[in-house]
Design a protein around this ligand. Structure first.
Ligand code: ADP
Length: 192
């Protein structure tokens, strides 16, 4: 089983490009953000706890997303691999993922890091707010906090995966979506 991590700041295009990859390969796309938004929409206790954090641009507890991820791994029987989009997002999550996979006799296959600047993150997310209507996209203050959270808590994962020889970068900054997508698809073909 392949376990690919799509890495990058909010708005880098992880979800969009993950969908293009799953259209081309028999991999399952797991977005922890989408799983959390489904809990919020369903009005569950977990959803309420998550909403209070997400709406401020903060991360939810590691244990919350790890339980969701373990559950998806457990129940997926058809796919040949997974595209993890938005997970891991902290060093603790990365270490716990390694343990979860080691218990299954598996490991992370590769990390594909989609590179864009902070300024582009802000522009893209405020634009996306008008299309998708996500509450955490709507205000520049919340987006700024998400960018700061990314630098403080998620960026250290780059060194973690570089040390494992699993880290690959792709430029995601073209204004032409298809160009970014094709670079991601080319990288996936190379990593297969
Ligand atoms: P984006 O990549 O645009 O930030 P996501 O859908 O990946 O969007 O995540 C939305 C929000 O969900 C995050 O800002 C965070 O609050 C929460 N979230 C998603 N994944 C995780 C995770 N692995 N750990 C903690 N919080 C998460």
């Amino acid at each position: 089983m392949k376990y690919y991590i799509f890495f990058g700041p909010p708005g880098a295009g992880k979800g969009t490009h993950a969908k293009a990859v799953t259209a081309a390969y028999n991999y399952k796309h797991i977005s922890t953000g989408a799983l959390l938004r489904a809990e919020i929409a369903a009005g569950t206790e977990l959803g309420k706890e998550a909403d209070a954090l997400i709406s401020k641009g903060n991360l939810v507890p590691d244990s919350m997303v790890e339980a969701m991820i373990a559950n998806v791994f457990e129940n997926e029987k058809e796919a040949e691999g997974f595209i993890l989009d938005g997970f891991p997002r902290t060093l603790a999550q990365a270490e716990d993922l390694d343990k979860i996979l080691a218990d299954r006799g598996e490991e992370v296959s590769a990390v594909v890091s989609i590179m864009i600047s902070d300024q582009l993150v802000m522009e893209r997310i405020l634009h996306r707010a008008s299309i998708e209507g996500r509450a955490d996209d709507a205000s520049p203050e919340i987006v700024s906090n998400r960018i700061a959270t990314y630098h403080a808590q998620t960026e250290p994962l780059i060194a973690y995966y570089k040390a494992q020889g699993k880290y690959h970068e792709v430029d995601g900054a073209s204004p032409v979506l298809e160009e970014n997508r094709d670079r991601v698809l080319a990288k996936m073909a190379e990593l297969k």
